[in-house]
Ligand binder design. Structure first.
Ligand code: ZN
Ligand code: ZN
Length: 363
């Protein structure tokens, strides 16, 4: 029998390190897919539809993300699932059982296809809501069709709340010359060397900056001087300047969204791969499924998150059966696997129990 402590200690760093390795490729694939979609939107067609008052055609012109171009996303997810399987194979129990992970297991392939399709659909669904919101915003503000077409295109690839942040950013740029102070802009704040984004304390629950200054920290700071000058001289930025700045902001927001998606999905796929390895091992009768228990392990970096802490702390001492769901006492939500939410770095691990241990629990 292997010692549980050793596995528990080794696993968090293993799986988190693996997720960190897999994340950039997946983030690039998601970003390219979204950027491709933005590039495919024909601005003149949007203008035309808006001039003719045919707003019902907008979503049709925006179209969808191209599923053929989503191949890299599929591959990224697949690699992460396989890596999760490979990690599980190294656990002493599966290793000793001479279990070999079947990458092309039909059930796994079917599951992966559904998982990829779902994710790709979700990426597209955000856009529809974002575009609708930009359309309504433009109509209520009475901007001209050319401006409105641009604003709609600037919502493509984003979620509704991200699109609203872009709209707010545009408004802030349009009125920056009337401001008495630029305090809220955080000009000159320290930036992350990695992402170029200003450093701000994050709310561990939502993963969003705590100070909530509209996420303008995603702006391209190369324009900060122009912003400062406009405010000092009380002279508005030109529409061209504003469009350029908003375009860049959208781009950075897309990158940010792609990273967030990739972080969550590389953890999800790794966890799914680990679970799949154990499922296969049981299917092949290498281990007795009745004796397998799974456990929720909260990430060390996430100790302030009450949901994840509850999932880890309030679980039964002997874990739960492989196919059962973890229940959070905090929210009542149920989870088959980690992660529990975007930016969650928790993972699920498996142990083979002795029959006596489970008998103890039943008694
Ligand atoms: Zn959490
Ligand atoms: Zn978590």
């Amino acid at each position: 029998m292997f010692t549980c402590e050793a596995v528990e200690k080794a696993k968090p760093s293993d799986i988190e390190a693996l997720a960190e390795k897999l994340e950039p490729a997946l983030a690039r694939a998601v970003r390219d897919l979204i950027k491709d979609h933005v590039a495919s939107v024909d601005l003149s067609k949007l203008e035309e539809a808006l001039k003719e008052g045919q707003t019902h055609r907008i979503l049709e012109i925006i179209g969808e993300v191209d599923p053929v171009k989503a191949q890299a996303v599929r591959e990224g997810l697949q690699n992460a699932v396989w890596a999760g399987g490979a990690l599980a194979v190294q656990s002493p129990v599966l290793n000793e059982a001479r279990f070999a992970f079947q990458r092309l297991n039909p059930a796994l392939i079917t599951w992966l296809e559904g998982y990829s399709l779902n994710l790709i659909r979700e990426i597209g669904e955000g856009t529809r809501a974002a575009v609708r919101s930009a359309l309504v915003d433009g109509m209520t503000k009475g901007v001209n069709p050319i401006q409105q077409a641009r604003q709609i295109k600037q919502a493509v690839g984003l979620t509704e709340s991200q699109s609203k942040a872009v709209q707010n950013y545009r408004r802030a740029l349009e009125t920056v010359h009337t401001r008495r102070s630029l305090k809220r802009w955080g000009l000159g704040n320290e930036r992350s060397k990695q992402s170029g984004v200003e450093i701000a304390p994050l709310d561990p629950k939502t993963g969003k900056p705590k100070d909530g200054i509209h996420q303008w920290r995603l702006r391209d700071q190369r324009y900060d001087n122009a912003i400062r000058r406009a405010q000092e001289n009380k002279k508005p930025l030109t529409p061209e300047q504003i469009d350029r700045m908003v375009d860049r902001y959208q781009e950075r927001m897309i990158q940010h969204r792609a990273r967030t998606i990739a972080r969550a999905e590389s953890m999800r796929a790794l966890n799914a791969g680990t679970g799949e390895a154990w499922r296969q091992a049981v299917e092949e009768r290498k281990v007795n499924g009745d004796l397998v228990r799974k456990f929720w392990k909260d990430a060390r970096t996430e100790r302030e998150c009450e949901e994840c802490r509850s999932l880890a702390r309030d679980q039964p001492k002997r874990g739960i059966p492989m196919n059962a769901e973890f229940v959070s006492k905090k929210s009542g939500r149920r989870y088959k696997h980690a992660p529990a939410h975007p930016n969650c770095l928790c993972h699920v691990f498996y142990r083979l129990m002795e029959p006596e241990q489970l008998a103890e629990e039943a008694a």
